[in-house]
Every structure is written in C-alpha cells, then in structure tokens.
Design a protein around this ligand. Structure first.
Ligand code: FEO
Length: 167
C-alpha cells in the first residue's frame, strides 16, 4: 500500500471513530430528554459510523498495511436544542465528506485506483447521510420552538427509522 495513502486511510479511521462517538453522545442526550425517536436515530447512526471505521481497518490490513486504532477526545454533549443537535450532525457529515474528497484526490494524484475504487462506497454513503441531515434540519427550522412540533418530529423520526429498517 502506498504509504501516503495508508496514512490518509488511517486518519479516516479516526474521523469515522469520532463521528461514531459523537453520535452516541447525541443519542444519549436525546434519550435522557425523552426524545426516543431521535435517540434511536443517533444510536443507529453511531453504529453505522463504526461499520465505516471497521471497513477501513479491514481494508488496510487486507492490503498489507497496518491499521491504527486511534484514541479520540470526549465527544460534545452540551446541546441546547434539537436544532443544535442536528446542526452538529450536518457539520460532522460535511467534515467527513471533505476528508473523503481529499483521500480521493490523493488517490488520483498517486494513481492508486484500487483505493479510489474502494472509496466510492464512502462517497455514496456521505451523499445519503448529508441529504438526511439537511432534510431533518429543514424540518426543525420550520418547527422552530414549538414543543408539540418537537414531539411530532420525534415520533416521525421513529416511524422513519422503523420503515428504513424494514427495507
Ligand atoms: Fe462515515 Fe457519515 O461518516
């Protein structure tokens, strides 16, 4: 494996791990405030990010590189509102997308088409996750401070989850 690309993939492990910890923290925040639908959504997102991380670990090791499992900082847990929670979600996804785009750019620079091909799965995942984050944030902007709106948002996100899992 090209050393520069191996280094970038190892950095990507850290970003995915950070996202997983951040979403677990957000799930816990929602859980302790009665937003069970939102909590379920972020527990699930956290698990998905762990899958993204593990996929990278296996990929590096299978190609005679060495995956490094990083230490990560304590995730943020001080949110003032559902809006802030979902703003953090979108910012986190946008950040990860930027890092993935950088990996892809470097793959082309180094003519590493194997890793470039592998990373396409991440590009598709990011597109989907950013779209979900924007849609949910748009709904929260419409709802504003309306408490009954928050109740319905939480109920709807729970229904959305159940439908997604049934697919
Ligand atoms: Fe794997 Fe959504 O970053």
């Amino acid at each position: 494996m090209i050393p520069e690309i191996e280094k970038l993939l190892n950095e990507q492990i850290k970003y995915e791990s950070k996202a997983s910890a951040q979403y677990l923290s957000m799930a816990s925040w929602a859980d302790t405030r009665g937003f069970n639908g939102v909590a379920g959504f972020f527990y699930n997102q956290s698990e998905e990010e762990r899958v993204h991380m593990t996929k990278l670990v296996k990929f590096i090791n299978e190609r005679s590189g060495s995956a490094v499992i990083p230490a990560i900082d304590k995730p943020r847990d001080d949110f003032n509102s559902l809006m802030e929670l979902f703003e953090t979600f979108l910012q986190s996804e946008e950040y990860v997308t930027a890092q993935i785009n950088n990996v892809i750019f470097q793959c082309l620079e180094h003519k590493d088409y194997n890793v470039h091909n592998f990373m396409q799965w991440y590009v598709a995942e990011q597109l989907e996750e950013e779209a979900i984050a924007r849609t949910l944030l748009d709904k929260l902007k419409i709802i504003g401070d309306d408490k009954s709106g928050h109740y319905l948002f939480d109920r709807d996100i729970h229904t959305f989850q159940v439908e997604e899992q049934a697919k």
